[in-house]
Design a protein around this ligand. Structure first.
Ligand SMILES: Nc1ncnc2c1ncn2[C@@H]1O[C@H](COP(=O)(O)OP(=O)(O)OP(=O)(O)O)[C@@H](O)[C@H]1O
Ligand SMILES: [Mg+2]
Length: 147
């Protein structure tokens, strides 16, 4: 089984063009991704991943001995590449916002793995006192930054 079998397997099931698959495989290799893991809260085409959006599939991956999130642009995405996202994430990181950017190419972006439950689930399950503290902290940190 290839180190990238989870990505390859999904691509086979949804009939991605071969040229797209080969391009992404070379980018994963260039970025030093050692393994794409079959892991995460989302199930898609018989595989597990961290998330699936309109523009990408997000996998847990291993680079050296560390685990990261690997966002791969979908072949049917309306966005031509992930370069703008990489630039904006770097800008956000410079003021302490967002998962830490590791590296990116045109179709693959590696960033810090965010763990925990999604905020939309958290807000309906959290204890109200704790929720007030967390929301106040988020809002205060967001407005304390001036360009
Ligand atoms: N750094 C991360 N760590 C853990 N999970 C992540 C991370 N980034 C994304 N995810 C998961 O993947 C899902 C999809 O990610 P995202 O919203 O970035 O992709 P998209 O919807 O395809 O693209 P975009 O929102 O940029 O159009 C998220 O909702 C989240 O569940
Ligand atoms: Mg999204």
């Amino acid at each position: 089984m290839s180190d990238y079998e989870v990505f390859i397997g999904i691509c086979e099931r949804i009939n991605c063009p071969r040229s797209y698959v080969n391009l992404v495989l070379s980018e994963l290799s260039n970025l030093g991704v050692a393994e794409v893991l079959n892991d995460g809260d989302t199930e898609f085409m018989g595989f597990r991943l961290l998330g699936k959006g309109q523009n990408s599939l997000v996998f847990k991956c291993r680079v050296d001995n560390g685990y990261y999130a690997c966002k791969i642009r979908r072949f049917d995405s309306s966005r031509p590449d992930l370069v703008g996202e990489g630039n904006y994430l770097r800008l956000a990181n410079s003021v302490g916002v967002g998962p830490r950017l590791i590296s990116y190419t045109s179709d693959v972006l590696i960033m810090e793995l965010v763990s925990g439950i999604p905020i939309q689930r958290y807000v309906v399950t959290a204890n109200p006192t704790e929720l007030r503290v967390v929301l106040r902290d988020l809002l205060c940190n967001a407005v304390s930054w001036t360009p």
